[in-house]
Write a protein that binds this ligand. Structure first.
Ligand SMILES: CC(C)(COP(=O)(O)OP(=O)(O)OC[C@H]1O[C@@H](n2cnc3c(N)ncnc32)[C@H](O)[C@@H]1OP(=O)(O)O)[C@@H](O)C(=O)NCCC(=O)NCCS
Length: 222
């Protein structure tokens, strides 16, 4: 017997910031129907549409939607120091909603990779053989997750990151734009790999890794 729940017929976007904008473009490129957006700020502003889709209201709209018919897109970005993306996801799942996996048509996902509910794979990203991604995780623009990587739930792999093979990333970690993580390393829960860092040792839970930054100087008159 096939016990897999049926995919929701239409989608509603949660949030209307930068991440939501990119996801709406992803959905349109994939031929998906997004019937509207829920965002408290948009509601307050009195806007009736956002980027061509209907403004349904704020968070209260979830109480009115039929979770068997409508799937959700988590348009809240994951930024360092905020748990909003995770809490909105968990609240909606607790109400019975589902978050379909979204993969941009230009991304490459190996057939053996495992993508859990709510995973978002953005344009140009590459997920290699036997990699696994936990619920609500983002693999952002042009990032790559190589073979056998194990990425837990609620992780953000920012644009241009390179995870070499067999890297393990724990729940809620943030890997900043352009960072490189060499093979086999372990990144702890809620750890932060700063943008541009090259990681060559394990990073403990809640650790922050800062790589080298460019220094700003002012040209002299001579
Ligand atoms: C690591 C990070 C979270 C630190 O943020 P923060 O705590 O606000 O840090 P600050 O900007 O206050 O900087 C504190 C110090 O760390 C340094 N620093 C900050 N980020 C750094 C980085 N990525 N690499 C190296 N040094 C960094 C700063 O130069 C500063 O040094 P100083 O005290 O000598 O002047 C942040 O800089 C970062 O890299 N974020 C990732 C952004 C990203 O990938 N966004 C993608 C969105 S899709």
């Amino acid at each position: 017997m096939n016990t897999k729940p049926t995919e929701p017929q239409s989608l509603v976007m949660l949030g209307a910031g930068g991440h939501a904008k990119v996801l709406l473009s992803l959905a349109i490129s994939s031929g998906l129907q997004v019937q509207g957006v829920c965002d408290p700020e948009l509601k307050r502003s009195g806007a009736s549409t956002w980027r061509g889709i209907k403004v349904l209201g704020g968070d209260e709209v979830l109480e009115l939607l039929d979770c068997t018919d409508v799937g959700l897109i988590n348009g809240i970005g994951q930024v360092v120091g905020s748990s909003l993306r995770q809490s909105i996801y968990e609240r909606a799942v607790g109400m019975g909603f589902r978050f379909p996996v979204l993969v941009h048509p230009s991304a490459s996902v190996d057939a053996s990779a495992q993508l859990a509910e709510g995973v978002q794979v953005m344009a140009g990203a590459v997920i290699q053989a036997d990699a696994s991604l936990g619920v609500n995780t983002i693999v952002n623009t042009s990032a790559s997750v190589d073979h056998d990587c194990s990425v837990a739930a609620h992780v953000h792999i920012a644009p241009g990151v390179t995870l070499c093979g067999s890297v393990q990333v724990a729940t809620g970690a943030f890997i900043g734009a352009g960072a490189t993580v060499i093979q086999g390393l372990v990144i702890g829960e809620h750890a932060v790999v700063g943008a541009g860092a090259v990681m060559v040792r394990d990073l403990p839970a809640r650790g922050i890794l800062l790589g080298q930054t460019a220094r700003c100087r002012t040209l002299s008159d001579e």
